[in-house]
Design a protein around this ligand. Sequence first.
Ligand SMILES: Nc1nc2c([nH]c(=O)n2[C@H]2C[C@H](O)[C@@H](COP(=O)(O)OP(=O)(O)OP(=O)(O)O)O2)c(=O)[nH]1
Length: 311
Amino acid sequence: MHVMAGVMLDAQGRVLLAQRPPGKHLAGLWEFPGGKLEEGELPAAGLARELHEELGVQVTTPGDSLIRIPWRYGDRLLLLDAWVLRHWQGEPVSLEGQALQWCELDAIDLAMLAPADRPILRALQLPERYPITPADVAPESFDAWRERLVRALRAGERLILLRFPRWPLERVRELADTLLPLARRQGAQLMLSGDVDGARELGRGVGVQLKARQLMALESRPLPWDQCVGASCHDADELVHARAVADFATLSPVAATATHPDQVPLGWDAFRRMVDAAALPIYALGGMRDQDMATARQGGAQGVSGIRGFW
Ligand SMILES: Nc1nc2c([nH]c(=O)n2[C@H]2C[C@H](O)[C@@H](COP(=O)(O)OP(=O)(O)OP(=O)(O)O)O2)c(=O)[nH]1
């Protein structure tokens, strides 16, 4: 069952949610308006039809595909295909009796959404770029990197992995702490590499990027909902596990990299297949540069992550 979900974004950055009616599957939970694609119908056309039937609006510019979520509700198997729409004519009104509300993205409580919609909200909140600091930075370069990260945050980076394998843990926490007021103002997340306790201590604005081994040892997310959890994945098993534990995953290595010369690259075909099954926003990692963004997005990825070529 191919289900279209329309993420209608208004000029203030709010999205329209509709409540599933009593007596229906997932009654009472909130969803993005849309519905089942009909036989032979193209996704954009099916979504426009559903929004016209449910809300009386006329979609004027086809939207952009955001993320595709394969999901199983008991024996109901569906592909939830979410598109972002910015242009339509008419004020949405409820024509099928569903309650409607416009919501700020950060005010949406994940628990009120239909389970398959939770990764859609995450995909909306996450940026396309996920830069990682270079591994060889010496502890003496604290001030220089602090400045560099301030510039990156001011320039609009919203998700940055602070990975400094040569630094004592305390020093990385200290760096995150000094950057935190700016990160919070900019709505950015500073991700610590594997340091769940550090992230917990620092609170909102700091997240954790879990190593694959840590990910596999967890059954549920290690941080509250307002702190981001990423997972470093390399195969389908890790991606399945990440669904219950993380907000997004990096999948690597897509291409050959200088930092991990011993690993066999996945290549774009395998990457696309794994993204299709992931039900989670995925960043392509390994040999990636900004120029790979279009290929990654066409392959269904959230965006690209990397070290070289990102600073
Ligand atoms: N339209 C829509 N459906 C969603 C979302 N999230 C989500 O899990 N679903 C599920 C709920 C349903 O199982 C299915 C959508 O089916 P639908 O809305 O066309 O059909 P329904 O269940 O209301 O009606 P029916 O099967 O009883 O005819 O997808 C979402 O954001 N939008």
